[in-house]
Design a protein around this ligand. Structure first.
Ligand code: DAK
Length: 258
């Protein structure tokens, strides 16, 4: 599934999508994001894949939407084609676990697609930012909303109104990223984490992701009700029987995703 702009790697039950427009610092042009959306659509139904990693190069995860491609657009162009909804948001709609492994710049749309993933692992050289205001616009793919939920109003306002970058340590301290590792360890660490997730029951991992995401959309009472119903439903699965039997028998579980 690799192409000129995307490197696709499969390792066991993990699929890795690497943005590969190095000269443009992985600026998110339509062609590349169309490709990402197509791959994710295929992975959604590929039962052999349990977790996906989205990553970029050492220097840039992605430096934002492609400003050169976008600069002459008019309102009706972007309103009518709505490519951002169609392609970029394929990441937020993806139902299996997806991890962003970020090194270098994650700016504008780059920061936004990292935040669409389930969590972010950052290399120690990572830099996050929403610099759109310096281009005369504002974030348009969830930056003002997801960043605020992730880091709170004060930091989000600071980032979106000044366009400044946040380094990996600051991003970890405010909860934007789950872990920071040395650049040289980023890909191996991401693969290790993804393999661990992919070894769990796939439907259980998908429902767990759905439940955590629901926490951001509902009241506490509604969220807890939803969680309880999902938890109860898991007792219809073979994987629940296998997981608990394996614990009692002191062996590793072998989940069959049923
Ligand atoms: N777009 C296009 N090209 C880019 C780019 C970008 N975002 N970022 C970098 N490049 C290109 C540069 O133009 C340069 O190309 P050449 O000049 O060599 O042809 C090459 O990548 C290397 O960049 P630099 O020479 O600038 O490299 P430096 O190391 O000096 O600087 C930098 C790295 C990341 C600090 C700098 O490149 C930079 O500031 N880049 C722009 C960052 C930025 O402003 N990002 C936000 C983009 S706006 C929408 C929803 C959302 C969005 C749009 C629409 N709708 C719902 C419709 C999102 C908007 C954005 O993301």
């Amino acid at each position: 599934m690799s192409s000129e702009m995307i490197e696709f790697i499969r390792e066991g039950a993990v699929a890795k999508i690497r943005l590969n427009r190095l000269k443009a610092l992985n600026a998110l042009c339509n062609e590349m994001m169309e490709e990402v959306a197509r791959i994710l659509q295929e992975l959604e139904t590929d039962t052999a894949v349990g977790c996906v990693i989205l990553t970029g190069s050492d220097k840039a995860f992605a430096a934002g939407a492609d400003v050169k491609e976008m600069q002459d657009n008019h309102y009706l162009d972007i309103y009518k084609n709505d490519n951002f909804e169609t392609y970029h948001c394929a990441i937020e709609r993806f139902r299996k676990p997806i991890i962003a492994a970020v090194s270098g710049y994650a700016l504008g749309g780059g920061c936004e697609i990292a935040m669409m993933c389930d969590f972010i692992i950052a290399a120690d050289n990572a830099k996050f930012g929403q610099p759109e205001i310096t281009l005369g616009v504002m974030p348009g793919m969830g930056g003002t909303q997801r960043l605020t939920r992730a880091v709170g109003k004060a930091k989000a306002m600071d980032m979106c109104l000044t366009g400044r970058m946040m380094d990996a340590r600051e991003a970890e301290s405010v909860g934007l990223v789950s872990r920071v590792v040395p650049l040289d360890d980023l890909q191996d660490t991401a693969m290790e984490i993804a393999a661990k997730i992919a070894a769990q029951s796939q439907p259980v991992a998908m429902m767990t992701k759905e439940a955590v995401n629901t926490a951001l959309e509902t009241t506490l009472a509604q969220g807890i009700h939803f969680e309880r119903r999902l938890f109860q439903s898991m007792f219809t699965t073979r994987d629940q029987k296998e997981g608990m039997a394996a614990f009692v028998e002191k062996r590793k579980p072998h989940f069959t995703n049923r």
